[in-house]
Design a protein around this ligand. Structure first.
Ligand code: DQA
Length: 143
């Protein structure tokens, strides 16, 4: 079964972001980890990244139409994009929100997620393993 893994702004630049916050993997390595771990749970992961809100909304609409389960790291959009939230709310398939860091333990503006309320669950703070745990969660949800 195909799953869509959507990564938001600046996640393609993990190589130059603070590794003490986001972990040691660059974006290519993160993609490999997601792909391998999805495969080991019987999923084919379609992994995408965009810095553009409209593009992410378009991908969510595609997932709505094709009923793809979605794992999303909305990055900074997490904290203020009502447009992404409204698109995510249209999904009838499971949605897992992931974060590399634990936003609740960081600056106050990161304490709010406008996405969490429309996700089945959120996994945050485990570095790249947040995605691995999200895949396991998805597997459990889908059965
Ligand atoms: C992030 C957390 C967000 O607050 C931040 O803007 C990101 C990455 C994470 O994965 O920890 O870009 O979503």
């Amino acid at each position: 079964m195909k799953i869509l893994v959507i990564n938001g702004p600046n996640l393609s630049r993990l190589d130059i972001r603070d590794s003490s916050i986001y972990g040691d993997l660059n974006y290519g390595e993160l993609k490999n980890l997601i792909e391998i771990s999805a495969k080991s749970h019987g999923f084919e992961a379609d992994i995408r990244q965009s810095d553009d809100e409209a593009t992410i909304i378009g991908w969510l609409h595609e997932a709505v139409d094709k009923k793809y389960p979605v794992i999303i790291n909305p990055a900074a959009f997490t904290h203020y994009s009502y447009a992404i939230r409204d698109a995510a709310e249209l999904l009838t398939s499971p949605l897992i929100e992931v974060h590399l860091s634990n936003p609740i333990s960081r600056e106050e503006f990161r304490h709010t997620s406008v996405i969490s309320g429309v996700a089945n669950g959120t996994i945050a703070g485990f570095g790249p393993n947040s995605y691995v745990l999200a895949i396991i969660a998805l597997k459990n949800l889908i059965g």
